[in-house]
Design a protein around this ligand. Structure first.
Ligand SMILES: [Zn+2]
Length: 321
């Protein structure tokens, strides 16, 4: 959806609220009080009322907007900008676009949406052949937890990330679009997970949470991957001395997507702290995984209207990203 279409479809608060209510009406809802599933809509109060126990809940309850003071239209604008732009958008840019005085609320709003994106991708597992490798991402050190960092004053540290990408050999049926690519494999879905260390147990746990056990995994055969043969249907480990050969022929996509993701994060967001890196990775992967869809706004809205973020107000007070 382009900007013209967006402003036509959602010119004001009422149009956004009506649209959001239609989404909520169509979804299964559960009363948090008695677990009832049948509701009346009380038009005067703009709440759903449980038919059993008369518990009332707002339109925003049980969605990404729960507890939010932002208007529906402000949320819709953020959904639109986060789903329609190819590059990531910084919270300060979003603050400017919304004309908001305070940065923090806008930043939290965006983190909640990234959180929902991650939860959505978490519903699916990577399948068939999956490239797996560990990468280092630059993050800000966290020792200043109680004091917001001054821009440029934080010191950099490296955070380990497990990068996983479905990849397969290119077949003639893929057509010219794929074949013209310089890489000899094609990529499917991707995921990235922050990991605390490189121990085999840590990496196996992270990989099995994301990759279907019936899949085959492709790695550079380092010691952290020793358990893969026990938990996946297959494990191709390439331990050739020519590291570059392995990267370009066997593990091209984990390196390509990690490179793009780093560039995107470093180019847009200043000083991402380790504890928030996962949210930015989730946004990158979510958008990458839907790169061929032109209804990303609708998809994002559907996810956001049925999912409560783990991210809460006040989470990591000192964040200066
Ligand atoms: Zn109830």
């Amino acid at each position: 959806m382009d900007l013209i279409e967006f402003t036509k479809k959602f010119p004001d608060e009422e149009s956004c609220k009506t649209h959001f209510k239609a989404l909520r009406d169509a979804q299964a809802k559960k009363c948090p009080h008695c677990q009832g599933t049948a509701f009346y809509w009380k038009n005067d109060k703009e709440v759903y009322e449980c038919k059993e126990c008369h518990y009332r809940m707002s339109l925003k309850k049980g969605t990404v907007m729960e507890h939010s003071k932002f208007t529906f239209r402000e949320w819709y604008i953020v959904f639109h900008l986060m789903s329609s732009t190819k590059q990531a958008i910084s919270a300060s840019e979003m603050q400017r676009q919304l004309g908001k005085k305070y940065y923090r609320g806008v930043w939290e709003m965006m983190q909640k949406i990234r959180d929902v994106m991650g939860q959505r991708d978490g519903k699916y597992k990577l399948k068939e052949m999956v490239e797996v490798d560990e990468m280092m991402f630059s993050t800000d050190t966290e020792k200043e937890d109680d004091e917001p960092n001054k821009r440029g004053m934080g010191s950099q540290s490296q955070t380990k990330v497990l990068v996983m990408a479905e990849s397969s050999e290119i077949s003639p049926e893929d057509g010219d679009k794929v074949r013209r690519h310089t890489i000899n494999k094609k990529v499917g879905h991707i995921r990235m997970k922050v990991i605390k260390d490189m121990r085999a147990a840590t990496i196996t746990e992270a990989a099995t949470a994301v990759i279907d056990s019936g899949s085959g995994v492709v790695t550079d055969g380092c010691r952290s991957h020793t358990q893969f043969k026990d938990v996946f249907a297959g494990h191709e480990a390439y331990v050739e001395h020519d590291k570059r050969e392995v990267v370009t022929k066997k593990l091209p996509w984990v390196h390509v997507v990690a490179g793009r993701c780093k560039k995107s994060i470093e180019g847009v967001h200043d000083e991402v702290k380790r504890k928030f890196l996962q949210f930015y990775l989730d946004e990158f992967c979510y958008k990458f995984n839907r790169r061929y869809f032109n209804d990303m706004f609708d998809r994002l809205l559907l996810a956001a209207s049925s999912c409560v973020p783990v991210f809460r107000h006040g989470y990591g007070k000192s964040a200066s990203v």
